[in-house]
Ligand binder design. Sequence first.
Ligand code: BG6
Length: 468
Amino acid sequence: MSLVEAHGWGYGGRMDAATTLIIFGATGDLTSRLLLPALGQLLATEPHRRVRLIGAGIEDWADEDLKKVVQKSFAASDSEASLERVEISYRQSDITKTADLKALLKGLSGQVALYFAVPPAVAAAACEALTPEILPDGVMLALEKPFGTNEQSAHALNARLAELVPEKQVFRVDHFLGKSTTLNVLGARFANRLLEPLWSAESIDAVDVIYNEKLGLEGRAGYYDHAGAFVDMIQSHLLQVLAVVAMEQPATLDETDFREATSAVLRATTVWGDDPVSSSRRARYTAGAVDGVQKPSYVDEPGVDPKRATETLAEATFEIHNARWAGVPFTLRSGKALSDPVREVVVRFKPVRHVPVGLTGSAAGAILRFYLAPDEMSLELNLNGADDPFVLERATLSADLGAGQLLAYAEVLSGILDGDPLLSVRADAAEQCWRILQPVLDAWSRGEVPLEEYDAGSRGPDGWPVRR
Ligand code: BG6
């Protein structure tokens, strides 16, 4: 059962009829690496589901080619047994041509989802080529990140999508919204009187959202060298996490209340002090070893153009201009080829105003951490020392939250197949994320923030604050 179903957030209920899932870009890496394993896992977890999978791509593949990929991908998520509940076919098509799309979509009925697992320019061209008449009734349109390449292009794409289907049928995919721990923030915040009254600038000093990876470029230069760490991770994923951490309490977790609350946060967010230069940093890795495996310098990776000055580590601090958060820095950082894969939301509480005279030792503020991977949580507090009760010592309470039954992608896919947009990014939020970032991107392109360097396998450039 998906989280959406488990929490009773969905609308759909059980679905025994086969859903048609058409994947644009079926021959690509995203499909085999993420989407299909997620589909396999979803089918394995929900035995009532059946899917008719139609892969579309420009390559001259036969059904058998796609079947082999599906088999391999299902094996990757231990879900080979689900193969019998998926009917697979491949259609060679140019999805930027209306005639090809018409042929592909002709005669489809029942629940249909179109998944655009293609680069943003191709997705935009396909949306131009689609027309409302050729789309099956009630079709869900799922678009991968990045959604557009700036605020204007995201706006134009939203306008085009609105001509095709109602907003509730558009799924802007951000798999971080499907991560168990992102969703666990909601339970911890909203179901504990211990936390919710303290969840504001009154008691919180700062919030960090960090997602550092050991992974390097992994052969993705064609995409990554244009995006960079800032757009790849902060523009989409980490701003969504920030929105969940900072949102006002919604009355219900339905898509209207939940998405309005996260959008309201994004609308109120700007770069700290409106100064993109002092509030952002960027760097890129040079040759080094990660876990004993040698990596070349980023600029020597195949497909990288050093002139693009793409960063592989990015950080920026933001402020949320509302009564709850004004004055609290939210720092978002993400990077690749780092030694220490810190992936967490760190909530730093203020220290108490007065410690009784007679108690010694540090009374630093409490720190609450939500680990995005592995899914755990911890709370650091000051307690009386074990040896001398008049000397404060730091103690950590921790909990294992569990990774959830479903991969984040499977969670998101389940929403798409059931027509529940709760965990997808709403149109306005997708535009806001670009608006928030643009001053930093502009300052970087003017060269106002130096592109620093760090050895692959290190913790990042010397002099960057340790955030953990
Ligand atoms: C993807 C980014 O969206 O998220 C990758 O494009 C990144 O660069 C990945 O590695 C991180 O998410 P996860 O869930 O794979 O850790």
